[in-house]
Design a protein around this ligand. Sequence first.
Ligand code: G2I
Length: 482
Amino acid sequence: MNHVSARGSGRRTTAPRLRAALVSIAAGVVAVGTTVAIASSASAGTTLGASAAEKGRYFGTAVAVNKLSDSVYVGILNREFNMVTAENEMKWDATEPNQGQFNYTNGDRLVSHAQANGMRVRGHALAWHSQQPGWAQNLSGSTLRSAMLNHVTQVATHYKGKIYAWDVVNEAFADGGTGARRDSNLQRTGNDWIEAAFRAARAADPGAKLCYNDYNTDGQNAKSNAVYAMVQDFKSRGVPIDCVGFQSHFNSASPVPSDYQANLQRFVNLGLDVQITELDIEGSGSTQADNYSRVVRACLAIARCTGITVWGIRDSDSWRASGTPLLFDNSGNKKAAYTSTLSALNEGGTTTPPTTTPPTTTPPTTTPPTTPPPTTAPPTTPPPGNGGCTASVSLNSWTGGFVATVRITAGSAGLSGWVVGLTLPSGTLITNTWSAQSSGTSGSVTFRNVSYNGTVGAGGSTEFGFQGTGNGPTGTPTCSPA
Ligand code: G2I
């Protein structure tokens, strides 16, 4: 594919100019597919993660930790993905098999693997009617409510600082046309169980985005309307929620809805992020490939659709393997759906990257801020006019902690690597860094690109982030090509 050859060193000097020319042609002739595809190929990523990162997004997969010893599986995982979700290992039955006895062995293995390979982690799932341990299934009323809140608190505290976003509550609405809550032991503890879970999660890990996650909510219907009304109510009352996950399990009986993008957009309009959290599409060949590219295009068209996760790597890894719903075949070969997904990620010259979500409400219960946490304006760094790069920081802060998102913008020569330097106030400590390698945790710190985000096309940008205790960095970071 020309994606690969375009990244060869011999073409680096001419590619940006060619791309710039073609992008300007494309800008004037909207929706001429061929032109856009050629234009983007000059700086396009060659893996799902790298291509998503060029658009300011992530591309993730569900991981079964017992497959981390399978070299084909791990090879694809490490090459293609920059976000992981534990398929089962962070669920209630796995993490608290006996009441009050927590087992994080397999969840921790996934986090270690992710951190060692420059990937971030989506947490799945803190409170859910399914995959509860037997002891919880037998509880009810206030005993169950307390046990659930303790579970949320313990697990979110254990993984504090290591999780990009938590599915705090999963699948709490009923299918069908009623728009009602799903009947479950958790629901029977009182209608406010969902907001109670979100509040407990925010108090335990104020740096994690907190999501509500569900299926059959991908288009506008009674179920998604009910979720929408709940989120609207949460926002109006200050219940901490930052994102909604759309599982997006599709097949011929449940196809990609025609109003998929519009439905995701209406949630974004409520003031939160959306994520595609468990994507798989049964089928094969060009039909499946076209459906995957539709989903990718919908996400890229929405500024606050922050990323896409597929629910497994090879078809044989899927919870519904017979439907061959994933991007790699049983041997690990790329399918047509992989190619169309990568092409869709590489389409278009520029896409507005997602903004950083400010904390929606006063977060920790331990040290409640008297005013809503301050949020700095999103970065508006102009691209540098030469071969260098610039960096800017966007901060979400609260009393005692912060999350910093750093945007690197390449100059006219593009980048094949970058180093960002900044100084932290005394007493500030970095507790977690993603999408960069940091030289230290305090004082003057430098951050270098990781494997998938070093290459940035002319005028393009990429992001990394870190979080810590104390106050966030002040001043403009330095940026230089590496
Ligand atoms: O069902 C697909 C997904 C729907 N949304 C929530 C997700 O958490 C859910 O994932 C699936 C996993 O992919 C399966 O792997 O959740 C299933 C359980 O609801 C998982 O299946 C379970 C089997 O039912 C168990 O028998 C098995 O012990 O996986 C367990 C671990 O392999």
